[in-house]
Design a protein around this ligand. Sequence first.
Ligand code: G3I
Length: 368
Amino acid sequence: MKIFNTLAMFGILLTTGAGAQTTLKDACKNDFLIGAALNESEFTGQNSNAVAIIKTQFNTISPENVLKWESVHPRSGEFDFTAADRYVEFGEKNKMFIIGHNLIWHNQTPRWVFQDDQGNPLGRDALLARMREHIFTVVGRYKGKINGWDVVNEAVNEDGTLRESQWKKIIGEDYLLKAYQFAQEADPAAELYYNDFSLENLPKQNGAIALVKKLQAQGVPVAAVGLQGHYKMDWPTTNQVDETITAFSKLGIKVMITELDMDLLPAPTRNQGAEVAMNFALQAKLNPYTNGLPDAVQQKLAQRYADLFSVFVQHRDSISRVTFWGVTDADSWLNNWPVKGRTAYPLLFGRDYKPKSTFAAVIGVVHQ
Ligand code: G3I
């Protein structure tokens, strides 16, 4: 639906009765929570321009990195909650729905976690004890403060099989069940999520559906699935997104778009995923917009976001939250993945902290 061209043509930014520009959280208030992943300069208040956007536009926040294992539990027996406490304080002070990301992942988990003091691989029981200590300490610390947790992140392969992570290799498939049981025991009121990328591709989608169904059969109250939403301009199609939301909703759980951004730069590979291990050398052809985005590309980006949000609004009864993976284009991990040093334009606010035409396009769709 070419909603965006109309708005762009007249440069209309919808305003409230009081004449103030409509905000994302106001426009989405009858649909879903809307938020962003924050970095340390934002939740500590250092980046005041970004903080102004966060407070005005969003009602939920996620931690881009500071609640990951390597940050809060850097060495055996040593926890460091300095940054994580600041993140949670920011969320409480601004009455945000606070997300915890993430407890168990194959990335950003220090090597020592899987080894004994001599550097030999741990056995099942020892690693389960370490997992339990981590989850009870971290979830327990923020009991009643963090509203929902990405308990396990990215456990499924593209073909739908379980990822052969150290967690699975050492503990076995029931590492998933144990992680969710520990999280539920540590804070029975917190929502428990499964979060992954590329769930719009059927083989992986079916693998994740099987994973959630198995957890449900084992008595785990999975509250929602997180479709990360690291999208491209031509993938996934709006039909794929529509069908994916429908498929997971049939499990009786909510759907969240947890890490939404749009990679419009030339891809060095056909891979659609968000495997952080991938990295390619910087070349001019992979980084064409170092001096700003041409209007024609800006319009295509705005239309892409409008089309996606049209699908999200159609599924407003199933979607509980939409979170962007960053506040402004300058924050985005896509400036350094899969090519370090790119100039990316994946979000709704530019490097000047001003709303891009993508912002008006989204408001124009959800505001109806
Ligand atoms: O903390 C170190 C710092 O001490 C060091 O000086 C610096 C120099 O390289 O690196 C810093 O660590 C970086 C870390 O972010 C914290 O800033 C790592 O290099 C960098 O690789 C890491 O990237 C994060 C990525 O996850 C790594 O897995 C991105 O910021 C973060 O946006 C991204 O987020 C993930 C989600 O958690 C899960 N879904 C996919 C998404 C994108 O990969």
